[in-house]
Design a protein around this ligand. Sequence first.
Ligand SMILES: [Zn+2]
Length: 190
Amino acid sequence: MVARIHATADVSRDASVGDETHVWHWAQIREGARVGRHCNIGKDVYIDVGVSIGDNCKIQNFATLYRGVEVANRVFVGPHVCFTNDVYPRAVSPDWQVVATKVEDEASIGANATILCGITIGRCAMVAAGAVVTKDVPPHGLVAGVPAKLIGWVCECGRPLDRNMQCAHDGKSFPELKRKASRPRSRRRK
Ligand SMILES: [Zn+2]
């Protein structure tokens, strides 16, 4: 099945949209943007010039992905999520440069979160709704708040991991995260 694009959506002729992707009402996909296969691009989503989105992503209503944003595969972007691409925003800045942001495979970004630029959101990471992310999020990290802080770790299924880095829901464990989680504490002791 080729992509299904609603009649009200504005998809540039220079953008590419993969097979079996749905683009809903009033979404805009600009020139040079690439959207993969099996994606869901919600109502009023804005995908700026050159933005890249992998396969099997869900971009919920009203999310805005500006130039410089690169989203990998199976990424969830909640409704009204706002990416930025400017460290020194001014209405007029003659030497303005795009600052890139990356979202790795299977990460999720909760509703209404704001993502400052120059950041990487790691694989399977979880950004809580309403968070303002100002620095990198490690793989499987759970961040929340304004500014967002690392408050825990999550499983591939999205549920929080216990102290042994195990998921009560599906029994998966992530011992490699345990070492990461203990690192900042040992640093403080010195
Ligand atoms: Zn799990």
